[in-house]
Design a binder for this molecule. Structure first.
Ligand code: URP
Ligand code: ZN
Ligand code: ZN
Length: 472
């Protein structure tokens, strides 16, 4: 099957031109002017942007956490992603207490077999325990399975937090295996003390979630992780950077030439700590970690994206229904499952408030949402760009399409939307994953299972296009 995407305004992280894209099967085979009159299908993209399918490197599908399980499985979560223009996501395979690393990977592969994805999927290995289940030899073997990043949590004491020994030993393994280490950087010990003290004083409402996780706890852990990674000699990626206190050590490390990268997430650019005070327990919707911050941090985050201090915007899609899951913490904020939804709306929000409002160029928008995540996580050049030989993961983006973001119309199983009622202009008209149209005219036209598991390359290595495709 050949498809021609005709006359679109093609934008990658570096290109900006009007042209045609010819696709054979799953792959882009030619880019130019007046191509392929004989294609099986011609898609008229005149007047529309044509951008790479977006890559979301931070999601939590069907993940046991906080006494419950995130409410999107791989089918519902990836359907939601597809409607927003995301065609690949990388999910955290979370080692359960006492579980071996190989068994954890089997568990996550079973999840995508039981609830098959609509878009392509890869995994990070989230190591929670090296003492019982997790042997360092097993950690070293993980990249052989195409899982080329290790994640460690420096918070969530008593649950999935690791100590500095575990963190540092994993970093030493990563230095040898070519894996990228990712950290959730907060000082979990200090936070645990602050949470206990707040509860002892009868402070139980959602707003205490932010008050007990002040920005300095994120800044301290970020600096510590950066120094340990430098000592161990591994590359480091700091997830969900939320505040100036954490931006500073990332900026300093990068200025010094250290192999440090950071992401922020959509919600930190738009939602501030006052939302936790919404009445009738509505504040629980914003209980994610790190918490929403004082509003001045939003400008610091935009600046960090603009200047390359932060490299990626992800979603940290970790959905818990408000009605019955967030409700677990009605009488105690520390029991509210931590996490928020967002996989569907990242491009909507960044295009409207980033590109349309002049904070980002179209190239930078593509770089942050598609190209940098693909490069940092061993998916490039198969994913994250529009090039001959790359997978035909493509979004025809209508920059004039109005949309109101809402739980009533989104495609996740979650019962609220962090950006409820926000009116944006700009949305996908058509979404394609490996040459298959998966969303068109606001309808899902693919079936679960159209997405595949993608084995990623090691840090800094290219994921080569499939054999038999000549790159020009
Ligand atoms: O609140 C959050 N972010 N939940 C998901 C787990 C994590 O810390 O990324
Ligand atoms: Zn986290
Ligand atoms: Zn997360």
């Amino acid at each position: 099957m050949s498809v021609l995407i005709k006359g679109g305004h093609i934008v990658t992280a570096v290109d900006d031109f009007v042209g045609d894209i010819l696709i054979e099967g799953e792959t882009i085979v030619e880019i130019g002017a007046s191509l392929g009159a004989n294609a099986d299908r011609v898609i008229d993209a005149g007047g529309k942007y044509v951008i790479p399918g977006a890559v979301d490197p931070h999601t939590h599908m069907e993940m046991p956490f906080g006494g419950t399980v995130t409410c999107d499985d791989f089918t519902s979560g990836t359907t939601s992603a597809a409607f927003g223009g995301t065609t690949t996501h990388i999910d955290f395979c979370l080692q359960a207490p006492g579980q071996s690393i190989p068994d954890a990977l089997v568990t996550w592969h079973e999840k995508i077999e039981r609830c098959p994805p609509v878009i392509d999927v890869s995994f990070h290995m989230a190591i929670t325990d090296l003492h019982d289940g997790g042997r360092l030899e097993d950690v070293a073997k993980v990249p052989e399975q195409g899982v080329t990043s290790y994640k460690l949590f420096m918070a969530y004491k008593g649950a999935i937090m690791v100590d500095d020994e575990t963190l540092f030993r994993t970093m030493q393994v990563a230095a040898k295996t070519g894996a990228l280490v990712m950290v959730h950087a907060e000082n979990g010990d200090a936070i645990d003390v602050l949470v206990k003290q707040a509860l002892a004083e009868g402070k139980t409402e959602p707003r205490w979630h932010a008050a007990t996780r002040p920005p300095i706890t994120e800044g301290e852990a970020t600096g510590r992780a950066i120094k340990l990674a430098h000592l161990a000699g591994c590359p480091l990626y700091v997830v969900h950077v939320s505040c100036g206190e954490a931006i500073e050590p990332v900026a300093a490390a990068r200025a010094a030439g250290w192999r440090t990268w950071g992401e922020t997430c959509t919600q930190y650019l738009f939602i501030d700590e006052t939302r936790l005070e919404e009445p009738d327990f509505a504040g629980a919707k914003y209980v994610y970690t790190p918490p929403p911050r004082p509003v001045h941090n939003q400008e610091l985050l935009w600046k960090a994206l603009q200047t390359g201090v932060l490299s990626v915007v992800s979603t940290d899609h970790c959905p818990f229904r408000w009605e019955d899951q967030k409700a677990l913490g009605r009488d105690d904020f520390s029991k509210i499952p931590n996490g928020g939804p967002g996989i569907e709306n990242r491009l909507h929000m960044l295009h409207h408030f980033g590109v349309r409002e002049g904070r980002l160029t179209m190239n930078k928008f593509v770089d942050l949402c598609c190209t940098q995540p693909a490069k940092l996580f061993g998916l490039f050049p198969r994913k994250g760009t529009i090039a001959v030989g790359s997978d035909a993961d493509i979004v025809v983006w209508d920059a004039e399409k109005p949309l109101t973001l809402s739980a009533a119309t989104h495609h996740s199983n979650v019962d609220y939307n962090l950006f409820e009622g926000t009116e944006v202009i700009g949305a996908p008209e058509l979404v394609m994953c490996r040459g298959e149209v998966i969303v068109e005219n606001d309808e899902l036209v693919a079936s679960p299972g159209s997405g595949q598991f993608i084995a990623r390359a090691r840090f800094g290595e290219a994921l080569r296009p499939k054999a038999g495709v000549a790159a020009s």
